[in-house]
Design a protein around this ligand. Structure first.
Ligand SMILES: Nc1ncnc2c1ncn2[C@@H]1O[C@H](COP(=O)(O)OP(=O)(O)OP(=O)(O)O)[C@@H](O)[C@H]1O
Length: 243
């Protein structure tokens, strides 16, 4: 069975002055996949997200979404095409309510406030914040703010969601709930590329893992393949993580 490629990094590079943050990285995310992007701190994972979502322009290479180039386009354009990211540091509009925050995403496709409100209410239900719609966003727990970040992204009707460390700082129960949520999103037809430092979580979630170190892709494969890759073990994972 052939799967349809959604997102394609093709020989992508990014320099910040003299720093080569990303060097010749190529990989794809196909429809229906959850792909995990892992690597040590400073490896370049967020830079890859920022380039795919239009916040940074690659220095070299191409990024294609559904076969069309998106590198160099701005975030709203890319979001409208169906590719949206969350941010590692969650920053809701603190004084606004939870539903007003989610409406910000919904306005991308729904100009009428009532329609945007309906979409926002639906995605809040999906992420488990249905009962907190009228709460002021800044009063949510970290777990709640992470869910709201996902809801804002979902409200834009993405085909592909880029999740940047949505499990960081969560308790083990909250992490398990977030894993369930991500799996339910995939089941609802959204493909996912996830940056995650929680090895156990990312290994259980992803059907493919891409490993980045010092801006280069050092491995790609199933969680078991990657966990048994000698280069990954020595570079990053450490013996105790080997499957
Ligand atoms: N705007 C920028 N200007 C200069 N250097 C940058 C910029 N953004 C990132 N870098 C550098 O690029 C490299 C890759 O950073 P990036 O944030 O993409 O790594 P990461 O894998 O996401 O790290 P972490 O896991 O800690 O979030 C780092 O050396 C970082 O300091």
């Amino acid at each position: 069975m052939t799967s349809t490629t959604l997102l394609e990094f093709d020989g992508v590079g990014k320099s910040f002055g003299g720093l080569r943050a990303i060097d010749n990285v190529s990989f794809t995310v196909s429809e229906g996949e959850i792909v995990g992007l892992i690597g040590p701190n400073g490896a370049g994972k967020t830079t890859l997200f920022s380039m795919a979502s239009g916040f940074l322009k690659p220095t070299d290479g191409q990024i294609r979404f559904q076969g069309k180039r998106v590198d160099g386009f701005d975030p709203p354009h890319i979001c409208r095409a169906g590719l949206v990211r969350t941010f590692q540091i969650v920053k809701p509009f603190g004084e606004m309510t939870v539903i007003e925050n989610a409406m910000v995403g919904a306005f991308l496709h729904h100009a009428k406030p009532q329609e945007a409100r309906e979409v926002a209410a639906r995605v809040l239900q999906q992420v488990g914040l249905g009962a907190r719609q009228e709460q002021v966003a800044k009063t949510l727990t970290l777990s709640g703010r992470k869910r709201l970040e996902v809801a804002k992204a979902l409200a834009t009707h993405p085909k592909l969601l880029l999740l940047d460390e949505v499990m960081a700082g969560l308790t083990s129960v909250e992490t398990a709930e977030m894993l369930e949520l991500i799996q339910s999103l995939r089941a609802s037809g959204v493909s996912i590329l996830v940056i995650e430092h929680n090895m156990k979580a990312v290994m259980s979630l992803s059907n493919k893992i891409v490993v980045i170190q010092y801006g280069k892709k050092i491995a790609e494969g199933t969680p078991v393949e990657v966990a048994n890759d000698p280069q990954v073990i020595s570079a990053y994972l450490g013996g105790e993580h080997v499957a």
